[in-house]
Write a protein that binds this ligand. Structure first.
Ligand code: BG6
Length: 485
């Protein structure tokens, strides 16, 4: 199967940081179908040779184990091509069409990794140049819009020129190996299914913590904030994976139908819950691993009076028979204590205690996404019985399944996996427009509430776990974040 992969934004940040390294890994692993072309598209004055040299110079800066040898790069470089294109100029698309039609590849992937404001223009121009035939697939990066209306406007344009089956809305969290394993754990094993419900589960916590700040993206990030950047997409997709009903099969629409039902069942916000169940924070100067780091408002490109949140913690509820009353806590932020993404499923304690147990002790399943990829099952056992008569108090013990050790840490990364899926036409791990709209519908009241609020985001020192209000929010339910208890 031959393919052409056209990378709009071919010299941009995403192409460099994620897409090229992922394509190279797929090439190295031998999983990129042979006979493909990767065509970088941008406004720069480059030809194929200069583009290859540019990509090569960037590979010189990656970790040694991910860096191609001279010979390996030379073979990879044969796939790389470049075409200069101004995304607003029809004549440039005509040249792109010529390049593509000369070859008639079985599959043409248009990866739109440009500034989000250009998505609709690119899709319209692709159609105007006759490049939206059935062999075409378009990949749209996030953010797709900044609220429900703008998201709908993009989806409406896209729908006019492409069928839903041709549109691959990417959420790279769905490509992470740990998320694949979450689906495997839930729908490939019978062990947890009977326990996966309100009767046995006390609460679920989804944490996506980053130790990095906004780096050089301050000016861009300041218009986005953590809710749009991480919650509307990544965190809600994880919530769907945890909360959805078993799909009837593994086909894309069966999975997406079930995720959509979860999003539709999210309890709507009220004035009260907006005040009590959402915390927004912004990092101030602090210390990470012994290094002093500046506060958000001192980052390059960020206004000194910025009200943008770099942290969000919230309490959601899925109002259906399986989950009614079970709090789902979501927390994400930049410049937190460590890079750590995990989902913690806290089970209810035994109904009646015959042993002495540490306060708050109960079973817990931890799904680690990163930096470690694995599962932990926390149990209680009689650990130390030496020199004791009678029953020793129970102590926490843990079963630890390290997927990196078990399957090797050289596994397929999220972007590699998703790019290969697009080329193969597998939509399972991509987001459908109705899911995306439903997620926007749910977060929008929070955005409105903040817009009208007289309160600033709560400050938290870089290197901590966010504002204390986040712990207070969860403490009101009688629980605590997993690293606190
Ligand atoms: C992106 C966000 O979608 O995800 C970034 O725009 C964030 O702000 C990144 O840093 C986190 O991804 P990962 O895979 O490093 O957890």
């Amino acid at each position: 199967m031959s393919f052409d992969l056209v990378l709009f934004g071919g010299t941009g940040d995403l192409a460099w940081r994620k897409l090229m390294p992922a394509l190279f890994q797929a090439f190295r692993h031998g999983s990129l179908p042979p006979g493909g072309r990767i065509i970088g598209v941008a406004r720069d004055e480059l030809d194929d040779q200069a583009y290859r040299a540019l990509i090569k110079s960037r590979f010189d800066r990656v970790d040694l184990d991910k860096r191609p040898s001279q010979e390996e790069f030379a073979r990879f470089a044969e796939l790389l091509h470049f075409i200069r294109l101004d995304v607003t100029k029809p004549a440039d698309y005509a040249r792109l069409a010529e390049l593509l039609q000369a070859r008639q590849a079985d599959t043409v992937v248009m990866y739109v990794a440009t500034a989000p404001g250009l998505f609709t223009a690119v899709c319209e121009q692709i159609a105007a140049a006759g490049l939206n035939g059935p062999q075409t697939r378009v990949v749209l990066e996030k953010p797709l819009g900044h609220d429900l209306a703008s998201n709908r406007a993009i989806n409406d344009t896209v729908r006019r020129v492409l069928s839903e089956k041709q549109v691959f809305r990417i959420d790279h969290y769905l490509g992470k190996p740990a998320v694949q394993n979450l689906f495997a754990l839930r729908f490939g094993n019978s062990l947890f299914e009977p326990l996966w419900r309100r009767e046995t589960i006390a609460n679920i916590q989804i944490t996506i913590a980053e130790d990095l700040g906004v780096e050089k993206r301050g000016a861009y990030y300041d218009h986005i904030g953590a809710l749009r950047d991480m919650v509307q997409n990544h965190a809600l997709q994880l919530l769907c994976a945890i909360g959805m009903e078993p799909p009837i099969n593994a086909h894309a629409d069966a999975i997406r139908d079930e995720k959509l039902k979860v999003l539709r069942a999210l309890k709507p916000w009220t004035v009260e819950t907006l005040q009590q169940h959402v915390v927004r924070g912004q990092y101030t100067a602090g210390n990470l691993g012994g290094v002093a780091v500046p506060g958000y408002r001192d980052e390059p490109g960020v206004p000194a009076n910025s009200q943008t949140e770099t942290f969000v913690a919230l309490r959601a509820e899925i109002a259906n028979w399986r989950w009614a009353g079970v709090p789902f806590y979501i927390r994400t932020g930049k410049r937190l204590a460590e890079r750590d993404a995990r989902i913690v499923v806290n089970f209810r304690p035994t109904p009646h205690a015959i042993f002495s147990t540490p306060p708050g002790a109960a079973n817990r399943l931890v799904i680690n996404l990163q930096p470690k990829d694995g599962l932990e099952l926390h149990l209680l056992a009689q650990a130390d019985q030496r020199g004791r008569s009678g029953m020793a108090p129970l102590a926490p013990v843990q079963l630890d399944l390290d997927f990196d050790k078990r399957f090797g840490s050289e596994r397929v990364g999220a972007y590699e996996r998703l790019l290969l899926d697009v080329i193969a036409g597998r939509l399972n791990l991509f987001v459908r427009s109705d899911e995306q709209e439903e997620a926007w519908r749910w977060v929008e009241p929070i955005l409105d509430h903040w817009r009208h609020s007289t309160h600033e985001p709560r400050p938290y020192a870089a290197g901590t776990w966010g504002p204390s209000a986040s712990s207070a929010m969860i403490a009101r339910d009688g629980y605590c974040w997993s690293e606190e208890c």
